[in-house]
Unconditional design. Structure first.
Length: 131
C-alpha cells in the first residue's frame, strides 16, 4: 500500500472525523465507485494508524462486516469475513487464514489530518457522483 500521500484537503475527500474511529473499534463504511460500479469502502484505526480497504472478501466478492462497520474478530486482531471466515491482517490487507489463500483486500489511499480522515480517489476508485 505504501505511504499515504501528504494530507492535502484539495486532493482528498473527507470521510469521517478522526474521533469516529476508536483504535481497533468500529469502522466507518462509505460508498464509492470502482471502474464505474458502486462498491463500499471502509476505514478503521488499527494500532493508531488509519487504514482503508474495499469491503469485499478476496475469496468470493461479498461484503465482510458481520454488523455494519464491524470487521474485526473477537480478539480485535484481524479483519474477518463474516460469510467465509477468511482473515486478514488489518495493517496490510493480506490474508492470514481461511479460504482466501494468498489473496488480499484492495487498499484505499487514506490519510489523517487536522481531526479528519481523508480518502484519495485514484483511476480505479472514484467518488460517487450524483446527478
Amino acid at each position: 500500500m505504501g505511504e499515504p500521500p501528504a494530507p492535502d484537503d484539495s486532493a482528498g475527500l473527507p470521510v469521517c472525523d478522526s474521533l469516529d474511529l476508536p483504535d481497533r473499534g468500529r469502522a466507518f463504511v462509505f460508498d464509492l465507485m470502482e471502474f464505474g460500479r458502486p462498491v463500499r469502502g471502509f476505514v478503521l484505526r488499527f494500532d493508531g494508524r488509519v487504514v482503508g480497504y474495499i469491503n469485499r472478501c478476496a475469496h468470493v466478492p461479498a461484503e465482510m462486516d458481520w454488523q455494519p462497520g464491524e470487521f474485526l474478530d473477537g480478539d480485535r486482531r484481524e479483519i474477518v469475513c463474516a460469510i467465509h471466515g477468511a482473515t486478514y491482517d488489518p495493517r496490510t490487507g493480506r490474508c492470514t487464514g481461511g479460504p482466501a489463500g494468498r489473496g488480499r483486500l484492495k487498499p484505499l489511499r487514506v490519510a489523517e489530518s487536522d481531526g479528519k480522515v481523508y480518502w484519495y480517489p485514484s483511476g480505479e476508485f472514484e467518488p460517487v457522483s450524483f446527478g
